[in-house]
Design a protein around this ligand. Sequence first.
Ligand SMILES: *Cc1c(COP(=O)(O)O)cnc(C)c1O
Length: 378
Amino acid sequence: MTEPTLDGLRAETLAVTSGRPERQVDAPFNQPAVFASTYVGSHHPDDGDLGYGRYANPTWHALERAIGGLEGGRALTFSSGMAAAHAIVELLPASATVVLPTNCYLGVSALIDQRAALLNWTVRRVLVSDTAAVISAAENADLLWIESPTNPTIEVADLPALAAAVSETAIVVADNTFATPLLQQPLSQKAHLVLHSATKLMSGHSDALLGAVVVRSDRDDLYDRLEVTRRVHGAVPGVMESYLVLRGLRTLVLRLERAQENAAILAERLDRHPAVCRTRFPGLPNDPGHEVASRTMAGFGSLMAIELADAVTANAFIDRLNLWVHATSLGGVESTLERRRRWRSELLTVPEGLVRMSVGIEHVEDLWTDLEQALAVS
Ligand SMILES: *Cc1c(COP(=O)(O)O)cnc(C)c1O
């Protein structure tokens, strides 16, 4: 996590310093939450850059400078990760061809199916870890959607190889929600757009919904279209949410460091546990994503999944836990887990006994004690 970023400052520093107001005596040190639906106007359209609360807000802008600085591009924030994803797919015309990972965030998969039915799109689904298959599917495609590591199956894509092969002919989008810009920066690897559900690790406290798209700095054309889409669709971030996510972002480096340290220890123990059929975590040397993640990411992240024998076994395990919370979503300071197939809409390629785990920042031995007692009787 110590590679210098574009302006010479490292991510650890940018996470703390970017998006702050100008230094003036008695000015607030932090960007305040500016609650305003409108701003004082002028007769001249070129005066001022805010105008109306659906077009612009100083608190959004501070957060966008911080996220953009970390990813190395220009960020636009939205009311949720899905609103950001929707703005991206709105870039595509009718009859477009879209390549999507077989396993990816359920909402994105449903969104693309919905648009495909309306707009006569061709959707090609491929395992994102199969680099040759993705590149071949992306031939003549308009958009390649990469998610890596994937939710909830924790598969790893060779992002630099995919983006290098495809970015001349198709828009390349990387959902960087799981890795965060601390572990990979897709724009520097030739992707055009990065998607974030800032609801997750960026915010980190399970108290806000917010999404972001970060646009590569040579693609102002895409930035302008996305900005117009946000204006006319109105899926703008809340001011309070923007404030909370920026506040959360200040400690992302420390939270992620501790969480991924915990995840590595727990994955190694779970992998050896007789009740666990399979542990999915790219930090494990036997994980199919290990080689690519070691080569392309600055860390293995804080998300993992275990597979238990079946749904009944997994549910019983979850019911015996005391410290771990059974909840959807992920990336908070608290450790949560979820049997994903409890959702009727979850993709059928996700095993019934798969439990996704979002490792938090608690003491790792307390987390392990709880898992061990819940696994012991299964
Ligand atoms: C949660 C999530 C989303 C959607 O974000 P919301 O903020 O819930 O709308 C998109 N991609 C991934 C990988 C996610 O985990």
